[in-house]
Design a protein around this ligand. Sequence first.
Ligand code: M6R
Length: 616
Amino acid sequence: MCGIVGYTGFQDAYEVVINGLRRLEYRGYDSAGIVLEQGTNFDVAKTKGKVEDLVAISKNLIGKSHVGMGHTRWATHGVPSDRNSHPHISNNGKIAIVHNGIIENYDTIKTMLTEKGFVFHSETDTEVLVNLIQYLMDINADIDFPTAVRYALNEVYGAYAITVMHEDFPGVLVVARLGSPLAIGLGNNEYFIASDASPFVEFTKEAVYLEEGHMATISLEHGVDIRNIKDNVKIIPEVQQLKLSLEQIEKGGYEHFMLKEIFEQPKSIHDTLRGRLLVEEGIIKMAGIWDHLERLNQAQKITIIACGTSWHAGLIGEYLIEEFARIPVEVEYASEFRYRNPIITDKDIVIAISQSGETADTMAAIKMAKEKGAFVYGICNVVDSSISRVTDAGSYTHAGPEIGVASTKAFTSQLTVLSLIALKLGKHNGNLSNQEFMRLITELDALPKKVEEVLETTNDIVKDIAKHFIGAQNFLYLGRGYNFPAALEGALKLKEISYIHAEGYPAAEMKHGPIALIDENMPIVIIAPKQGHYDKIVSNVQEIKARKGKIIALVNKGDTQVASVADYVIEFPETSECFSPIIASIPLQLLAYYIAVYRGANVDQPRNLAKSVTVE
Ligand code: M6R
């Protein structure tokens, strides 16, 4: 969602801020803006559109300032427009703000300020906040700028990450966070602010991640002064050493981040397994689980909460944990779970899955589960993300930064972590024999190689198949067992980036409704590995063929039965059914990618979508 970049130091603030905004483009946005300190004035440029549109109207600001901030906006209050873009400036022209999140009580404050004579030029909640800061300074002559920001934040509720500048306080940036992430990069005589570390990773490896409910006043003169927003208590910052490298967040020769990330999967899965899966010793070592193994094993039930792709991973997690550990599992959309008063007790385990670790609904669901006494285990990709900090224990997926909005490598790494958890629990509680455990972990260990193979052997084939479906209006994705959630995920990938309507179904459900849609214009992707209800799938394929549907079949190497009926065939290597979604997902990701590319869609930043969904 929205992105913030701020800078104070010796470099050209325009270049730092604009390049930083480019790095945050992946978060998803519809407008962009920048404000620079110009002596005792602000220079502001903002526009609906992309960062490059902003550059086109703001080149005159190059080299003009060493202090500034910028923003990419994902519209919440008010349509994407020049007026609603950030920064917003207070009525007296002295205070500038950029903001991520939502101020829920903005309407009441706006009414109060309007009565006091304030005028609003946008439909945003953000403009209300900046004028509230001005108002508090107007009526309290003795408070300084950071104090006014703090007072204002104590008046609002909702979620925010903000950066604020004041013309009368040159060189000072005031930042605060509640519900939206904000990192402060500590350079040598320069400071950076950003929604994540990617805008400043080339300048410094030292960062402070602002904690929930904290604010900081940053200046070259006084450094970084962190306070608790509520009561102004001084906080000693914990400085983190960034492991992120520039290479990880660049395209590395690929046309899109999504393609790069699809091709990174042999490595990302390997990284997920590294140090955890010790095949020769016959053990799975997971620090996050080890201390809590008994609690996990004694759980009356496990509830998995997540959104989007992570929810699909959760469904496969349900199959894995129930099959191998024999513990009942429920999978819930975090957004539903949190609003429906679910039965959760202190005997329950909740597993929260989130690539970004910032998804607002998942965060809120975790808080609720904790209040009900559950033990919450997190599976996150982003190290030190909000979710990884609020959970009781957890495992990182270690897939590396995922920049493409459509999740690919994070998904297969989530499945890999869930496989490790299920096998570890199953072995520990005796449901899995040693022999079966050894067979499965040997297969798990072989996955990076098989994923490499499937990338090599299917990329060109899938690219070619994709050409035939550029004009498709609808798609059906079918799978059974473990591959039903894989079908859901394949459909989600296609609709997210190509804007083609796509539905995933359990193959057997087809005859209970979706079969009515099938005619010669309906492409149907069917996942049909040898293991896992193959005979039943063969019947489903015949039913589709009889109605002239266009079949794209994902089958194991050497398959003849399904392959002979299908219009297009994609072969992938055999593995146990429980791991087949990991392998089958690769050609599904490629299919969505190539169709979207042929349709000229913006693959990495699909319309309306955001990488971290930090609003509810
Ligand atoms: O960061 P999270 O895993 O919590 O995000 C959840 C969803 O927003 C996310 O998976 C979304 O569906 C992606 N765009 C999928 O490609």
